[in-house]
Write a protein that binds this ligand. Structure first.
Ligand code: PEP
Length: 245
């Protein structure tokens, strides 16, 4: 039995004041049966760490560099993230693939860098609306995952995978539980061919998950929790999703 995991992706939202309110709301709302984490903007990681001390809520970043260290202005290494206690790093979010031209290989290299420092990468895959309408969903997500499998080889079982259809992110359009489950099953099958740990790995769904659709999504056989954007910014909403998991 896989333990559910719910991760909040705060994206580029928040301030010291609003984060303090959100985190104290979450602390009051917990504990939950599921594992819970928040992935916060880089400048707020240390304060988040302090605020979450002694709670079940883990924290992480929304990206990491593929490089170990050096002259890479503006990048943040996995060693630094590990140094400030991050448990997770989201890599390959569709906003980074789209706005920063991140390739499948770069995403895989970032996942490798995270694992090298004991950080669990949450690797995002997902198709655009045009790709779905062209019947390419399976092809796209398998191609994205294949790069990670190829790069991580025997470590692939250590990642968390997140299926996030691009057309569902921040749009209010959610994949139906059946649509999401169909893709998760394809991804699980691909993982089974790569590692004996596939059935223990968590595959999260992300894309307009809300308190009122979370339970149905999380009830699907291969959906092991969620990656939550907009609804992670309000303690009551995020907490209700964590309760549904
Ligand atoms: C996300 O950014 O990973 C996400 C799933 O966003 P939202 O929940 O707002 O669709």
């Amino acid at each position: 039995m896989r333990k559910k995991l719910v991760v909040g992706n705060w994206k580029m939202h928040g301030s010291r004041a609003s984060n303090a309110l959100l985190l104290s709301g979450l602390k009051e709302a917990g504990p939950w049966t599921a594992d819970v984490a928040v992935c916060v903007p880089f400048p707020y990681i240390t304060e988040t760490a302090l605020a979450l001390t002694g709670t079940q809520i883990a924290y992480g970043s929304q990206d990491c560099s593929a490089h170990e260290q050096g002259a890479y202005t503006g990048e943040v290494s996995s060693a630094m993230l590990a140094d400030v206690g991050c448990r997770y790093a989201i890599v390959g979010h569709s906003e980074r693939r789209a706005y920063h031209q991140e390739s499948d290989q770069l995403v895989a290299d970032k996942a490798k860098a995270a694992l090298a420092h004991g950080i669990t990468p949450i690797v995002c895959v997902g198709e655009t609306l045009a790709e779905r309408e062209a019947g390419q969903t399976e092809h796209v997500v398998k191609r994205q995952l294949a790069a990670v499998i190829h790069t991580l080889t025997h470590c692939i079982g250590e990642i968390v995978l997140a299926y996030e259809p691009v057309w569902a992110i921040g749009t209010g359009l959610t994949a139906t539980p059946e649509q999401a489950q169909a893709v998760h099953a394809v991804l699980r099958q691909q993982l089974r061919a790569a590692t004996q740990k596939a059935d223990a790995m968590r595959i999260l769904y992300g894309g307009s998950v809300k308190a009122d659709n979370a339970a149905q999504l999380f009830a699907q056989a291969d959906i092991d929790g969620g990656l939550i954007g907009g609804a992670a910014l309000k303690a009551a909403d995020f907490s209700a999703i964590c309760r549904a998991a």
